[in-house]
Ligand binder design. Sequence first.
Ligand SMILES: [Zn+2]
Length: 293
Amino acid sequence: MIIYHSRTLIHQYLSYEMLKYRYPFGVETIDRQERMKKGYSGESLADHWLTDLFTSSSCLYLCDLRLNIDFEQLQIDSLIIFDQTVIVLEIKNYSMDLIYQNGHFYRQSGEILTSLHTQLGKIRRLMSKLIADYDSTIEVKVMPFFVNSKQQISGLLLDGDVLVPGNYQHVLAPYIASRAPRDDLARYLVSLNQANDFDRKLEIDYDSVSKGIYCERCHQPLIKKSQRQYGCSACGQVYNAHQVVSHQLKVYRYIWADRPVTTKTAYEWMDGKVCWRTLQRILANKTDESLIP
Ligand SMILES: [Zn+2]
C-alpha cells in the first residue's frame, strides 16, 4: 500500500491541545475539539488496520480529503484505490450500540440514524459522479467503518459492506491481490483537495494565556528540579533547559507565526522561569533549526 495523502492533525486541534491547561477556552470550542480528537483517534486506528492488511498490496491510500463537488463540500476520511475499484470509507468512532436492518442503522431505542444515512448517501452520490466523470470503468463502493470494538451492532452480515473490527479483514480480503492501480486517479483526487473552515486558526488572546514553561508531552506545567533539569509533575518527563526553551518557542510560533521572537518576548512567555542569560545563549545559537526566527 502506498500512502498518497496522509492525515494531518489540523492547526486548531494542536493549538487547543498545547494550550488547554493554560487558556480559558469556551465550552463550545472544548466540545468541538474533544469530538475532533475522538474522530481522529478512530481514523488513526483505521489507518493502522488498513495499512497492516494491505501492507504487501499495490493499492493507493488517501486520507482526509476535503473536496468540493458540484458546489457541495465533502470530507472523505479514507479512500483506497485498487485497479478496478475505489473504496471510500466513512470512519465512525461511536460509543452507542446500533441495530442494522434492511440497509438502515437504528439506535437501540428504534430511532433511525438519519444524519448517517444522509452522509453516506451524499458520499455515494458525489464520489460516484466524480470518479465516473474521470473514468467510468472504475467501480465506487462506500463503506461505513465502525472502529470502536466495544460498540455492538446487531444484524450485521459478515460479508456486507458495513465494516467493523470483526469483519473488515474478511470483507476486504478479495482486494489484497488486486493489480497495481494507475496513480493518475490518486494524483487527480489530491489535486482537488482544498482547505476548509477546520484549517482556520483558533483566535488566541496572548494576555489570557498563562505564561510559564509547559511539558512537550502532556502540556502541563514544568517545575525546575535543579540547575539543569526541569520535570513534569504530571507525566514525569525530564527536560534540559535547551529542550524546554525550544518547545516553548515552538508553541509560541505555532500560534503566532507572524510575531518576531526576541529574548524579551521569550522571557515573558516563559514567565522568567528560564533565566535571561540562558535564553540569550540558546537564542543566539542559530545552528538549531527550531530556534531560527
Ligand atoms: Zn508532562
